[in-house]
Write a protein that binds this ligand. Structure first.
Ligand SMILES: [Mn+2]
Length: 339
């Protein structure tokens, strides 16, 4: 199986001009040693500037989330705000239509400069934008696995640098494996626990899921422990099988179907019951969502049902924006089968 250790985001609340510069410098440092051309780095700086300026001028509570994925030399930018939303998206997307009175380049140019781009706006509600940049100008998806599209937001609580949540995924043509981990509390000790759990998963993502949970339980005993969920999907049969210990929420959502996955109590590394397996079907057009308790447990699927076909990172960002508890690390993983 191919395996990815999940990426995390760094948040830049865009309260003034200086935060845009901070975001730009953070991203520039992250890509410094990558096989990127000056053109690639230039596009990244322009896109951050335009997204940030747009937030500063027009948005309530605007923030930029940046994930730098060294494994595939890709930067994902998420622009998130709480409103007011764009009345006329097609005008905003017109090339040359600037977000302000001065030297903005407009959303159309942001799209053109990015390798992937998607935008969702609602009035009221606000706007969520995903822009990904890689080496070269080729558009379309590169890093995605052929069997699925996967989007995720993994964000430490404000004031922490390290994220106590973590996630990872593995896949081949027939199967997908996924884990979401919430190290107890937050900060470096929580990160130690969740990163140990990712190590155990990533060493054998195709292993029996009960076995992974059991080995994680043993492997985390020297740490403060973690809540976790391990899931496997049979791609052809569209069946999801999962086990969990502690509060990781799973949902399967389609236009007509909404199923919450039940997980067991417990903390890997401290105390778990014998992990019980549960099975659930993945209907056509459904998405699979897992999130940590940094998001409220109960939310209505109506807000994301119109987004089922969109970039999964858009869905993850909307869920984070609308349901974050703000007092804990927060992770949302959204995946959709391609077939
Ligand atoms: Mn938590």
């Amino acid at each position: 199986m191919e395996v990815i250790r999940g990426w995390t985001h760094t948040a830049f609340p865009i309260e003034d001009e200086s935060r845009i510069g901070e975001a730009r410098r953070f991203a520039a440092r992250a890509v410094e040693s990558w096989p990127w051309s000056p053109d690639d780095a230039g596009r990244l700086a322009l896109v951050i500037t335009e997204l940030g300026t747009n937030l500063l001028r027009h948005a309530v509570n605007g923030r930029l989330l940046i994930a730098a994925r060294a494994d595939v030399a890709e930067v994902e930018l998420l622009s998130i705000d709480d409103g007011p939303g764009m009345d006329d998206l097609s005008t905003c997307m017109t090339d040359g239509h600037s977000s302000g009175s001065t030297a903005g380049i407009g959303m159309g140019a942001v799209k053109r400069l990015s390798n992937d781009f998607d935008i969702h706006t609602a009035t009221p509600g606000g706007t969520v934008i995903v822009a990904r940049l890689r080496a070269g100008r080729e558009t379309g998806l590169s890093a995605a696995a052929p069997v699925m599209r996967l989007g995720a937001v993994c964000l430490p609580v404000a004031g922490e640098i390290e994220c106590g949540d973590a996630w990872a995924a593995g896949w081949d043509d027939a199967r997908i494996a996924l884990t979401i981990i919430d190290g107890l509390g937050h900060g470096p000790e929580a990160a130690k626990a969740s990163s140990a759990a990712v190590d155990i998963f990533a060493a054998a993502p195709g292993a029996d899921i009960q076995d992974i949970v059991q080995r994680t339980h043993v492997g985390l005993q020297a740490t403060r422990g973690a809540a976790l969920c391990v899931a496997t999907i049979d791609v052809a049969a569209r069946k999801l099988r999962y086990v969990g210990a502690g509060n990781i929420v799973g949902r399967v959502v389609s236009g007509v179907f909404d199923k919450s996955l039940v997980t067991q109590h417990g903390t890997a590394g401290a105390q778990i019951r014998k992990p019980e397996i549960a099975d659930v079907d993945i209907p056509e057009h459904a998405i699979v969502i897992f999130h940590s308790d940094g998001l409220a447990t109960r939310w209505k699927p109506e807000t994301i049902q119109p987004l089922l076909r969109r970039d999964p990172s858009i869905i993850a960002a909307v869920l984070l924006r609308d349901h974050s508890r703000l007092r804990d690390d927060a992770t949302v993983v959204v995946l959709r089968l391609n077939a």
